[in-house]
Design a protein around this ligand. Structure first.
Ligand SMILES: [Zn+2]
Length: 244
């Protein structure tokens, strides 16, 4: 048996297994992708919830600090206002009035900041509620889809394992570079890397093959690829099946 013939036989065998694996994967539909997508979304919501909570906590802390400062400023303001009754000179009066104005400004600014923080936290709270709702909804949906996928995987697991095992057994019969070429073509050409010449045409893209080339393919001395689609060509009905 020539090396080329053997290579083509094992490639054909491999292709049959790959086709079955492809249909098995195909039968799972969008489920694996949907599950992965929902998992990603769930992580995102969890992160947003965490960030939102930590922002609220930070704002609360900031608010507490500002409230303390405002309280302090109010106390001082009261003190200055009382001092006004006891002033003895215009200079002193002006100095205290200036302090009073400064404290009033501090208090006003502090109160504005507090209001802003309260507003921010109110927004945060409503966002948080939205995230939590979305998180719950996503969790529920994910649970359902995961159960569906697991049932499907359980049903196909045995067949899939058998096919993977068979694939390994065939793969080792092919040389590494050959296997890589096969994989490259299969992936690019809708799961068909090896095709028979059928009615003098490529069985993959149906381009007519010149008679001289058909003779070359039948000789099985070198690997010949279709010039148009690049698939490996095998002679029609002249390649007996090998068993593994
Ligand atoms: Zn072709």
């Amino acid at each position: 048996m020539s090396d080329i013939k053997e290579t083509l036989q094992y490639m054909t065998l491999l292709q049959e297994v790959d086709k079955k694996l492809f249909y098995l994967e195909f039968s799972k539909g969008d489920l694996p992708k949907t599950v992965a997508k929902l998992k990603g979304a769930l992580e995102k919501f969890k992160k947003q919830i965490k960030e939102s909570k930590s922002e609220t906590k930070n704002n609360d802390k900031k608010q507490q600090n500002i409230e303390n400062l405002v309280e302090l400023a109010a106390e001082k303001l009261k003190k200055y206002q009382n001092q006004l009754y006891d002033v003895t000179s215009n200079k002193e009066y002006d100095a205290i009035t200036q302090e009073i104005e400064l404290k009033k400004k501090d208090i006003e600014e502090g109160e504005t900041n507090i209001l802003e923080l309260i507003e921010m936290n109110e927004n945060n709270q409503s966002m948080l509620e939205e995230y939590e709702e979305e998180c719950l909804r996503t969790k529920k949906e994910l649970g359902g889809k995961e159960r569906e996928l697991n049932a499907l995987l359980k049903a196909t697991e045995k067949q899939e394992l058998e096919l993977i095992h068979r694939r390994e057994k065939i793969s080792v019969r092919l040389k590494e570079p050959m296997l890589k070429r096969y994989e490259r073509i299969r992936k690019a050409k809708s799961n068909l890397a090896v095709v028979p010449i059928t009615r003098e045409a490529c069985g993959g893209c149906f381009t007519t093959i010149p008679p001289q080339k058909i003779v070359e393919v039948e000789k099985l001395l070198i690997l010949i690829q279709c010039e148009v689609c690049g698939r490996f060509l095998i002679p029609e009905n002249k390649l007996d099946k090998v068993s593994l």
